[in-house]
Write a protein that binds this ligand. Structure first.
Ligand SMILES: NC(=O)c1ccc[n+]([C@@H]2O[C@H](COP(=O)([O-])OP(=O)(O)OC[C@H]3O[C@@H](n4cnc5c(N)ncnc54)[C@H](O)[C@@H]3O)[C@@H](O)[C@H]2O)c1
Ligand SMILES: O=C(O)C1=N[C@H](C(=O)O)CCC1
Length: 264
């Protein structure tokens, strides 16, 4: 039987791709599409807004439909509402929104005690695989003579509201844990002095319609390794999130990540 899902932020850039790809998936049934009531397309059919024709689900703030999982790609306030909706409906939650304050993050961890939650800053297969590869590199280079300097560069579209990306922050966190790094900086200017080893720097570029690109640099004395992972469109995130919804629906409560979903 198809998994009944709800999409939060359904008129957004990601929401529209979830509606389009979810509607084409015979193992999924989109039964609710939540949106902010101030959105200009509020009240319209979600499929029409996504450019695939009517799916008989209206962009709304409420639904009478029952769903097994809710997928959230919205904004911090919307993510907060999605957590409440999932807990009230006893549904699984796929949390993809980034740039969340600590109070919102705490609510997600709390919710994971009563419902299954998949929470990841990137639902992309290649991003999650690159995170594994970076952990291997960090482990191998942590005690290298002369030291290895780690910098994380990310590029996203001009509309992105949070910086650096949630994915860049996760790359930094995973590498720092392996290398025992405790200092983090965001760009550099003036005369900060010679670069200390015990530091990871983030650089956030915002241009055009870039759907997401991350480069992780491990710079040694005499040689450098860089890993780049690049999306050519948003479907890698939407496909991963839909897979996460199928994975999480009916699972026991707990916090899961995309490694669990993808078997990485
Ligand atoms: N984890 C991932 O794989 C991944 C991938 C892409 C984007 N993201 C994140 O997803 C989020 C959304 O990205 P986007 O590009 O689709 O943004 P967007 O601005 O295009 O879409 C956000 C949508 O949420 C809606 N919204 C606002 N308040 C709401 C509320 N209270 N309830 C329901 N909906 C509400 C907005 O009206 C809008 O339609 C961002 O935080 C982004 O960083 C994560
Ligand atoms: O488009 C965005 O916004 C994205 N945000 C995620 C992040 O902040 O890590 C990654 C994918 C695209």
């Amino acid at each position: 039987m198809a998994t009944r899902i709800a999409i939060n932020g359904a008129a957004g850039r990601m929401g529209q791709r979830l509606v389009a790809l979810g509607s084409a998936d015979k193992d999924l049934d989109i039964v609710a599409c939540f949106e902010y009531s101030g959105h200009p397309k509020f009240g319209q059919d979600a499929g029409t807004v996504a450019g695939i024709g009517e799916i008989d689900v209206t962009l709304a703030e409420e639904t009478a439909a029952e769903y097994a999982a809710i997928i959230d790609f919205s904004v911090p306030a919307g993510a907060h509402a999605a957590v409440e909706r999932a807990v009230n409906a006893k549904a699984a939650l796929v949390m993809a929104t980034t740039g969340l304050e600590e109070e919102h993050q705490a609510k997600i961890r709390e919710a994971a005690q009563v419902i299954p939650v998949v929470w990841a800053p990137s639902m992309s297969t290649t991003v999650n695989l690159t995170m594994k590869l970076c952990e291997i590199a960090a482990e191998a280079l942590k005690d290298i003579p002369g030291g290895a300097d780690v910098e994380v560069l990310e590029r996203h579209h001009r509309f992105k509201e949070d910086s650096p990306s949630g994915t860049a922050l996760r790359f930094g966190e995973l590498i720092a844990n392996k290398m025992g790094i405790t200092n983090f900086v965001h760009g550099r200017e003036g005369r900060p002095g010679a670069r200390p080893h015990n530091e990871i720097a983030y650089h956030a570029i915002r241009t055009g319609d870039n759907p997401g690109e991350h480069t992780i640099i491990f710079g040694l004395l005499g040689e450098t390794i860089e890993m780049t992972v690049r999306a050519s469109n948003r479907d890698c995130y939407a496909t991963g999130a839909l897979q996460a919804a199928k994975f999480a629906a009916g699972k026991k409560p707990g916090l899961y990540n995309m490694n669990d979903v993808l078997g990485l």
